[in-house]
Design a protein around this ligand. Structure first.
Ligand SMILES: [Zn+2]
Length: 374
């Protein structure tokens, strides 16, 4: 199958403004879906809200072995406050660099996955085949994949490649996350008569101190290290002359494999006090495949041919949609591997190396070929 190369495809994906919020992934999703259909894929769309469109596309498939999943998100973050020196949507280049919002994170990754899939599109009948999952609303909470995981559209997958930015270095997972707000209630009174009230900010402050001393009781993971906690927000009160009757904190916890999120949440509730109202808005398990796993070993061999040295086990610092997709693709070994530069994600004048985009296509092709061997 012929068609655009991965660099020009990245450019055409960049032209769609999918800045999230508001997202508006629909046109970009339909554009990718139409191409996939042309290449012979069976394409389905899922909108969890009008305009918030994800794509699931399949090709090939056998009874014996589940397909390989290739996945990436099509939304991007905002341009930020600092002015750009390059146009964020037109795909300007300078030397090897392709500029634009979402080049590294992660339209180049999506383009490379698509082009590699196209290479094999006519050769996958009677093989395990591919399932391509392009998600909406990954930025700010993996909402698209969360909804997708509740549908029947994902089907099965035997292994997963997530094209998030890694400079083409394969990562074997990332931490999980638990994010929540906790609110505290009090009784308001005049600021000159605090004894008549019940101060909610004092309760929140005591809870924050208790959280600072919180012991996860989890052994450090050999690759990911220890779990972390950050109290990121604290709000409360409505005037300096009032006893505050509400206060709330926002907490971000990053977990490592082996931790039980249910038990963790129970212990957090105990630490905060029974009165605290916890509202958990993100609860995603870590993603981790042991580097000795047989498919990971083969992916590392493939990467070695392209990177020069055999990769060692490393994990990403960020979250990915894999945490949601693994709710359906239970136990599928997962690799995060993409052409974007991780340190370029969310930056002003974001760019991606065009050489890396082409290299990613070759690496993905080799991974597909290996999975779909007849
Ligand atoms: Zn991303």
């Amino acid at each position: 199958m012929s068609g655009p190369d991965a660099v020009s495809l990245t450019r055409s994906l960049l032209a769609f403004d999918t800045i999230n919020p508001p997202g508006r992934e629909a046109d970009c999703a339909r554009h990718a879906g139409a191409m996939l259909e042309q290449w012979g894929f069976r394409v389905e769309y899922h909108e969890y809200e009008p305009g918030r469109t994800s794509v699931v596309a399949r090709i090939g498939g056998t009874e014996g072995k589940a397909p390989l999943c290739l996945t990436g998100h099509i939304d991007t973050v905002a341009l930020g406050a600092r002015p750009w020196s390059k146009d964020p949507f037109s795909g300007e280049t300078e030397g090897d660099r392709l500029f634009g919002r979402g080049t590294s994170d992660m339209k180049a990754g999506v383009a490379a996955l698509l082009v590699a899939a196209r290479t094999f599109s006519k050769k996958l009948d009677g093989t395990p085949g591919l399932v391509i999952v392009l998600t909406a609303a990954e930025e700010g909470g993996c909402i698209g994949s969360q909804h997708l995981a509740r549908t029947q559209l994902l089907g099965k997958a035997g292994a997963m490649v997530v094209g998030e930015p890694t400079s083409n270095y394969p990562y074997v997972g990332h931490k999980g996350s638990v994010k929540f707000h906790a609110s505290f209630k009090g009784v308001s009174a005049h600021g000159s008569m605090p004894q008549l009230g019940d101060n909610a900010i004092y309760k929140a402050a005591r809870a924050v101190s208790a959280l600072e001393a919180f012991d996860f009781g989890a052994a450090p993971h050999p690759v990911m290290g220890s779990p972390t906690m950050n109290v990121g927000t604290m709000t409360g009160g409505s005037g300096v002359n009032m006893v505050p009757d509400t206060a709330s904190i926002g907490v971000d916890i990053r977990t490592v494999p082996g931790m039980d999120h249910g038990k963790l949440l129970e212990r957090l509730q105990e630490t905060l006090g029974r009165e605290a109202q916890m509202e958990v808005f993100s609860n995603l398990l870590p993603v981790w495949t042991p580097p000795q796993q047989e498919w990971i070993e083969r992916v590392f061999d493939i990467c070695k041919q392209h990177l020069g040295t055999r990769p060692e086990a490393r994990t990403a610092t960020y979250m990915t949609d894999a945490a949601n997709l693994l709710k359906v693709y239970t136990g599928a070994p997962t690799i995060v591997l993409g052409p974007g530069e991780p340190q370029m994600a969310h930056q002003t004048d974001e760019w991606c190396s065009m050489e890396r985009i082409r290299q990613a296509v070759s690496m993905y092709e080799a991974i597909i070929k290996d999975w779909c061997r007849p």
